[in-house]
Ligand binder design. Structure first.
Ligand code: GLP
Length: 254
């Protein structure tokens, strides 16, 4: 059965990031009410950067919470050395994990250079099976991917090595100055683990995401459009700007 996500619409860019930070901190506080680590998945991409700036600017003092946060990688390029600046683990280190002083012992990341990718995926899955995701912050690919779960990804998929679609290669080229600099293979957590997250926050901004957001909300729930999996998940909040919602009207505003 479908579960309607909560949709929050931000009127402008700064409201988007403040709203995202408020909702994220609310989720963190709810999970923190119980003992134990707070396992958080964070995305790369341009959309979450304002959230990260907001967390650093206004919430960095919550050491009581950050000391309990365990970051779990959502996805990363494969075959790169540990110091490659394109690695999502290094990107997030620069933009959020470092500034929040999340120690490396509290980071579960992919070993991009692992000699045996199957064993690397099994290692991640075993860690996730020991303790699932508490809060998944996600972005939406222009082709409807979640992490690097590209169209066609099964909802019970495990962690795996994938070949990036042309859409994803083109979208990622923007981060690294052209297609020549985008690795063609990547690791991604599977939807099977992502869908078990206790709370999920999906960040969507821009007119270039309007069509895919509309389809995510209204197309049949299917691996053909991996983001429709969020309609089968509990406690999902979509934070969108008006541009991203421009194709989805009319829609109940909350
Ligand atoms: C990449 C990442 C995704 C992310 C997506 C959206 O493909 N693998 O996890 O959600 O980009 O990026 P942006 O926010 O730049 O649109």
């Amino acid at each position: 059965m479908d579960t309607a996500p909560t949709i929050k619409i931000a009127p402008n860019n700064s409201a988007f990031h403040i709203l995202a930070a408020d909702i994220f901190m609310g989720a963190i506080n709810r999970v923190a009410a119980q003992d134990g680590p707070i396992r958080v998945v964070l995305p790369t991409g341009s959309t979450p950067l304002g959230l990260y700036r907001e967390l650093i600017a206004n919430h960095v003092h919550r050491r009581d919470l950050w000391d309990r946060v365990h970051y779990v990688a959502l996805d990363d390029y494969a075959g790169l050395p540990p110091d490659d600046r394109r690695l999502f683990s290094n990107w997030l280190d620069r933009d959020i994990l470092g500034p929040l002083s999340i120690p490396s012992s509290h980071r579960t990341i992919f070993n991009s250079a692992a000699p045996d990718p199957s064993a690397e995926c099994a290692r991640m899955d075993a860690l996730l099976d020991q303790g699932g995701i508490d809060i998944a912050v996600l972005g939406l690919g222009t082709n409807g991917h979640i992490g690097f779960n590209e169209p066609g990804s099964a909802f019970d998929a495990h962690t795996r090595l994938i070949h990036l679609s042309v859409d994803s290669l083109e979208a990622n080229a923007a981060y690294w100055g052209g297609m020549d600099h985008v690795p063609h293979t990547a690791y991604t957590l599977g939807l099977g683990h992502i869908m078990q997250a206790r709370e999920t926050i999906l960040l969507v901004q821009g007119t270039h995401k309007a069509d895919i957001l509309q389809r995510m909300l209204h197309d049949p729930v299917s691996p053909a459009l991996p983001a429709t999996a969020l309609r089968r998940m509990r406690n999902v909040t979509i934070i969108a700007d008006r541009a991203a919602m421009s194709a989805a009207e009319p829609f109940p505003r909350t």
